[in-house]
Ligand binder design. Sequence first.
Ligand SMILES: [Zn+2]
Length: 262
Amino acid sequence: MRDGIGMARRFGMQSGIIGVAAAAVVSLAVAGTLAFGNFGSASQAEAEGVGAKAKRVAPVAPVDSSIGHASDRPGRSLNITIDDGPDPVWTPKVLDVLKKYNVKAVFCMIGPQAEAHPDLVKKVVAAGHKLCDHTISHNTGMDHQPESYQSQQILDAQKMIEDAAGGAQVEYYRAPGGAFTPYSRQLAAKQGMRPLGWNVDSKDFEGGTVERIKATVRGELPKGPTILFHDGGGDRSRTVDALDGLLPWLQQQGYGFGFPKR
Ligand SMILES: [Zn+2]
């Protein structure tokens, strides 16, 4: 209440308006108390359900349904994208190396893994990274499946990731293996998720050495700004080491890091 009046004073409001503002603050406080009372009397599961609904980011604006690669950061910019997590062993290590160089990335998550590790999803969001829907089953042949299957894969994963994140928006959709269809792109876009491609595949998934991964990325930079790495699907120690070498090198080359344009 004191804050409300203080704010009114800072904005130079008339005394009559201060009264209105103070009344509004009081009614908000009452509403807050009532809501709190509801949480208190509900069962834990119900409370969580109500909480998730209340925090859910409300109606999302549709985005472009074409497959995006560009960076939202002007100049010499890259977008780091990290797929197939979250993973309790590797995601924290990837987060540490991104933090070390103050780089923000997009994490393309598998729905059930997000549901199993909500702490990791929240950590990703808290560190300033963005979320991407990478489906339920990671079926790289989903472009040959019926629309009902595609829609279940995309929408259920979006909800799992959002719920795990405590309501943060899932801003991108990346089809497993790039298996987009016009239908899945339009569905994702309508849900506020920009279809997200990649320009440079680090091939960290293919079992090469750390040096090989770094050389692949360095050699393919002219292809475009969006680079693909993985924090799930097996031992990702080479991904962590490759990022630890590549990020400072890229910064020395004058690159900055943005997010894919939505
Ligand atoms: Zn993947």
